[in-house]
Design a protein around this ligand. Sequence first.
Ligand code: PLP
Length: 407
Amino acid sequence: MIRINEHYLKLQASYLFSDIAKRVAAFQKAHPGKEVIKLGIGDVTRPLPPACIQAFHKAVDEMADGATFRGYGPEQGYDFLREKIAKEDFQARGADVADDEIFVSDGAKCDNGNVQEIFATDITVAIPDPTYPVYLDTNVMAGRTGAFSEGRYGNVVYLECTRATGFIPALPREKVDLIYLCFPNNPTGGTITKAQLKQWVDYARAQKAIILFDAAYETFIRDEALPHSIFEIEGAREVAIEFRSFSKQAGFTGTRCAYTVVPKACTAYTAAGEPRPVHALWLRRHTTKFNGVSYPVQRAAEAVYSPAGRVQCRELIDYYLRNAALIRDEMTALGYDCIGGDHSPYIWVNGKQDSWEFFDRLLEKANVVCTPGVGFGRCGAGYIRISAFNDYEKVQRAMERIRRTLK
Ligand code: PLP
């Protein structure tokens, strides 16, 4: 008899964004004439930068010619892209990362979700609350957690991020083996300083733990004192893996290109306590289960590092940051306590009422979609996340309606 992986049954009935989509669809069906403005899911709205489009077209033309056609590429990504990434995103910032420590993939979501399979099932995992749901759900699927009760899974160390902690998790009191950190954070928009991140690196070194550092939003950082990469921190190479994505940096959510950095010094242990390089495990996993990102997409990603691409990507992020500033200023003026929005596309708003009630109020009265904070974890109760990914005119209109509703 074929049997299912029963850990899947522990997962909460539906994914947050499908719950939201259902409520929005029901509202639109009931009010077909109303324009609903979506500031919920973190998907980009602006087109790809022209430099990327040009490179994309050129690569497609190469695929049309027998002399330049390419079939399977290297699973880890083409050298032309890995070299640019290592040099421009890391070495230029003083972070010691080599080309062959970069693994190009089709998304930071899959990499974040897949990476846990190279670690033992009976380790202790520490996950922020609130969190990007992928970290938690993939550990549930793998069987590392207990059942769900009162908003939490058993056998998970929740790292609470609240106003009291400055929305940065405190070091856990118990011993943990695998730690998820995400900065600039989704959903809170919070950032971490180098000194704070160093405490985590020191903790991981002392505990022989590994930090999974999700830097999918690093390109939004506008304060050069803040770390873009965990590898700017001394000692991180032995204890950290970093996830990056072109999704937000260059509008690639529908084009798909990302990468994971696994330093050769990063170490995990056998049950007998023997050290093993994680790089070799991830290389094995990646080359066994993945067949590479398409050539034209990697050429388009490479164009992000060209002089024109750099300027265009900066303008793209500035556009969303302008939206974010407007949202944050308006919500603050209405008397709501907010964080995020300055180095992040997300504004985390203390709605001073139940998250889903606040969500419904904004949907029904202002016809604006946000994300209920409680969907990201128990510490998100009472909060909503507003996303700056939309056209400026729509954000202006949304904020006018929110102002009228909440005044
Ligand atoms: N990591 C975080 C924190 C995210 O918020 C997202 C997308 O919203 C991702 C990863 C997914 O990135 P990708 O589009 O590369 O899969």
